[in-house]
Unconditional design. Structure first.
Length: 238
């Protein structure tokens, strides 16, 4: 392959980073906590695993709860990427090392996309920029329609060093509601990748508090809905 020929001409360190950039990798992020990042991230990990892909999960920040959710899906350890307690070089090294033999690397963001320990330092956006991976923005569409246009306009153009694959809407009420949201994406020039309907059975509450991972149910329903409602194959073509 052409990419293999180019890679052989590069120094070892650069070659490693180049090969990593050729891997399917993206981040699941959101405007704020509670938007459905973990639900959609673990659902996509399970769906792609069932489709035969080797998935390597990652989590932004020093979070141990979501990494347990990730690992429970297929037993592969989820790795924290945190620029507050580690250097940028170490974060890059972790991403390359653990993702080396994976088909797809999925990074779940933390909090809101630009929320860090000091403004946007240490944020999901900073990590996406550092690793040069695109973002799938999960937007909670409950009780909102055209107002999402203003939200998307702000997030899409706030920083020039990050890029977006598209948007997945969560907690969508009806097909008509979704069509309105699709029109918003068309207007803002961002791809609409699909949606999840508003269903109580899909919500993962904070009641677990990281103490019990045996009840992360609804995975079959979640996978079925993602396969039906989300253009998941599009995530593998960027």
């Amino acid at each position: 392959m052409k990419s293999e020929k180019v890679a052989t001409l590069l120094p070892n360190k650069t070659k490693s980073m180049y090969l990593c950039s050729m891997k399917n990798a993206f981040m699941i992020a959101a405007p704020h906590s509670g938007s459905g990042k973990t639900t959609i991230a673990r659902g996509l990990m399970e769906l792609l695993t069932r489709k035969g892909y080797r998935i390597q999960p990652f989590k932004c920040g020093p979070d141990y709860i979501d990494t347990k959710f990730h690992a429970s899906i297929h037993g592969r350890p989820s790795v924290n990427l945190d620029t507050f307690m580690a250097t940028q070089g170490h974060v890059r090294e972790l991403f390359e090392r653990y993702g080396e033999d994976a088909d797809v690397c999925i990074v779940e963001g933390m909090m809101g996309l630009f929320d860090g320990y000091d403004k946007d330092k240490g944020s999901s956006a900073e990590i996406a920029s550092l690793l040069d991976i695109p973002i799938v923005l999960v937007v909670d569409a409950k009780s909102a329609a055209y107002s999402t246009a203003a939200l998307l306009a702000g997030f899409l153009h706030f920083r020039q060093d990050i890029r977006f694959l598209g948007v997945i809407f969560n907690k969508v009420g009806t097909e008509k509601h979704f069509r309105m949201l699709q029109e918003v994406c068309e207007e803002q020039g961002v791809e609409c990748l699909g949606y999840l309907p508003k269903k109580a059975s899909l919500e993962q509450g904070s009641r677990y508090l990281g103490l019990d991972y045996s009840e992360i149910g609804g995975i079959q329903e979640l996978v079925d809905l993602l396969e039906e409602k989300v253009r998941w194959k599009r995530l593998l073509t960027f």
